[in-house]
Write a protein that binds this ligand. Structure first.
Ligand SMILES: CC(C)(COP(=O)(O)OP(=O)(O)OC[C@H]1O[C@@H](n2cnc3c(N)ncnc32)[C@H](O)[C@@H]1OP(=O)(O)O)[C@@H](O)C(=O)NCCC(=O)NCCS
Length: 403
């Protein structure tokens, strides 16, 4: 083990709620979701000297109200860590949490830190996408972005058109629906086998109907058939379009946290990490096809770290929309609608997408995938980002490796 390398030790998430009045977390604060996962991380890792955490880094897209007051700092206090622990917040929209992991790992690799908490949160019920934003009028008047592409669903409709017009293989509505069906199927199989219970924490919450326990992902519809997906006549973004609620990620509330540590600290504390951070890549793309982002960001990180796509044994890709996931698979020559390497235990279309949190969810799943697949050497977490970006992180499996 390289003592100055950065390692993923553990991750915890809340179950994801639906962003509506009868959803799990309607009356729960975003910073309380963060506090809950941080406290669970502390409980699960008693060997860690928590007062020695160097930084508590949190991604959130809308940093006002219960996502304001600099989430990274305020939750040091609410989670009961020493007030000597520093904290800050980051916004890269959907890739907020993923960016926190890249920053935290870089801090570790450059000797600025040994122990980092990196997470992401989004309470989309309290902070609907774009609420309160005041986009620079020049962006629209000078046609930098057509106003309709501030809505992510419209970018997914455009991606359906853009792929065949740009030398990529087309993705039909039928393929997007089929992909979504298998995503749900893989998710429920994994759920029933206890996969998700390993990294999700139940939370007792007050709701308009009294106290209850948030102990499942509210969005996932058990018993969904391929026919019901295909026959869903709801086209929220374009009349007779291809994107429906069944082949899109939802509107969700949730928090995800991870613990990153230097090899030196792992060794000193006798902690067995699960993954080594190899490197991250972030890119911009035309905002009107933001779902394409993971393709160039993956190509960038592979190039920078001298790797090939086939070196990746497992890929955890955030499915903002099925078209984007299938487009990624086709570009890299994967088998559709199911390739055993991609999202083997289900994905976003099943469990939901509380924006800035999702990148961290991908990492905790990849760590668990590595535990279940010891032969896997390398994995990828990757996601598209609003206003046209992509983010990718390569991780190396170190489960069971000697420190
Ligand atoms: C697509 C979207 C507009 C749907 O929102 P919604 O209408 O609130 O979604 P709902 O969950 O209420 O589902 C709508 C309907 O579809 C049905 N439905 C959803 N998933 C289904 C499935 N798998 N099979 C069958 N029906 C399904 C629901 O039951 C509901 O039906 P009802 O109205 O008869 O109850 C919303 O989820 C969205 O905007 N998603 C994208 C989020 C996004 O852009 N994130 C950022 C990415 S970068």
């Amino acid at each position: 083990m390289d003592l100055r390398d950065a390692y993923f030790v553990d991750g915890v998430r809340t179950w994801f709620g639906k962003s509506r009045q009868d959803g799990h977390y309607w009356t729960t604060r975003a910073d309380d979701l963060v506090t809950k996962v941080m406290k669970e991380l502390v409980r699960r890792n008693p060997k860690v000297p928590w007062d020695e955490v160097d930084d508590n880094i949190w991604g959130a897209t809308t940093q006002v109200g219960d996502q304001g007051t600099t989430m990274g700092r305020v939750t040091v206090l609410t989670a009961g860590l020493s007030d000597k622990v520093a904290g800050f917040s980051v916004d890269r929209m959907c890739a907020g949490g993923m960016t926190c992991q890249a920053i935290g790992s870089s801090f570790i690799k450059t000797g600025c830190a040994d122990i980092i908490i990196a997470g992401g949160v989004e309470h989309m019920a309290h902070h609907p996408m774009g609420a309160g934003a005041d986009p620079n009028p020049r962006v629209v008047t000078e046609k930098m972005v057509e106003v309709k592409y501030f809505n992510m669903g419209n970018t997914a409709e455009k991606l359906h058109d853009w792929l065949p017009e740009n030398g990529e293989q087309p993705v039909t509505k039928e393929e997007a629906d089929e992909y979504s069906f298998y995503c749900l199927e893989k998710y429920f199989k994994a759920l029933d086998e206890g996969y998700y219970a390993k990294h999700c924490v139940d939370m007792t919450v007050f709701s308009p109907t009294g106290w209850k326990v948030a102990n499942y992902d509210e969005q996932a519809k058990r018993g969904t058939t391929l026919e019901s997906i295909k026959n869903l006549r709801r086209f929220p973004f374009k009349a007779e379009g291809r994107v429906t609620p069944a082949n899109a990620s939802g509107l969700n509330d949730g928090a995800c946290v991870s613990l990153l540590m230097s090899g030196k600290k792992c060794k000193e504390l006798g902690i067995k990490p699960k993954m080594k951070f190899v490197g991250a890549g972030f890119v911009g793309v035309d905002p009107s096809i933001m779902g394409w982002g993971p393709v160039p960001s993956t190509e960038k990180v592979l190039k920078n770290f001298n790797m090939k796509f086939d070196d990746l044994d497992i890929i955890e890709l955030n499915e903002a929309f099925a078209v984007q996931a299938v487009g990624f698979m086709k570009h890299f020559g994967m088998k559709t609608p199911v390739d055993p390497r991609l999202n083997p235990y289900g994905g976003t279309i099943a469990m939901g997408h509380p924006l800035a949190s999702s990148g961290v969810r991908l990492s905790m799943q990849l760590a668990q995938d590595f535990e279940l697949n010891p032969k896997a050497k390398y994995g990828l977490t990757t996601m598209c980002v609003g206003l046209g970006m992509g983010g990718s992180i390569i991780w190396q499996n170190v489960v069971g490796k000697k420190i």
